[in-house]
Design a protein around this ligand. Structure first.
Ligand code: 4NP
Length: 159
């Protein structure tokens, strides 16, 4: 069985592309990359088709990841059919995604930081209007939470 997870933020050029790249690496490290399909999308359409933000590419490169293949996509209602789990970055994304859900849809929609047992604030803050430091903070939050997310998915695959 292929487990499909989609990360969602607002623009799909900062937070969710970071989560997608980090998650792929963690799954590869665990030998689960063949069993889990990872994608990302944004609730907004402003950046569709664009590469990730320069600051996203830079923070990923600083930490040994490659985000150069990313092209932004918009999260649309059909995505509920194509995914087992939708993981959003903040409570605004959660509300926007829930609004799009077809009635009766049972796709799991979760906040990323729910998977970080150390997290107190459940939002991954939007780094778009800030500086490079915000991107480093996002990467650290994403790495911590994705470790828990891999375990969550691993349990689901075993079930
Ligand atoms: P992201 O950041 O949701 O983490 O990709 C943003 C990117 C673009 C915009 C806002 C947030 N924007 O307003 O264009």
């Amino acid at each position: 069985m292929l487990f499909r997870v989609c990360f969602v933020c607002l623009g799909n050029i900062c937070r969710s592309p970071i989560a997608e790249v980090v998650m792929r690496r963690l799954l590869e490290d665990r030998g689960l990359d063949g069993q889990v399909q990872v994608s990302s999308a944004g609730t907004g359409d402003w950046h569709v088709g664009e590469r990730a933000d320069e600051r996203t590419l830079a923070v990923l490169a600083r930490h040994g990841y490659d985000g150069s293949g990313h092209r932004a996509r918009q999260f649309v209602a059909e995505a509920f059919d194509d995914n087992d789990l939708v993981v959003v970055m903040d409570s605004n994304n959660l509300a926007d995604v829930r609004r799009l859900a077809p009635s009766g849809d049972d796709t799991d929609v979760r906040l990323l930081r729910e998977f970080d047992p150390m997290a107190t604030d459940m939002d991954v803050p939007d780094p778009y209007y800030g500086g490079a430091q915000g991107f480093d903070e996002v990467l650290a939050m994403v790495e911590a939470a994705c470790r828990g997310l891999v375990e969550h998915i691993e349990k689901d695959l075993d079930a």
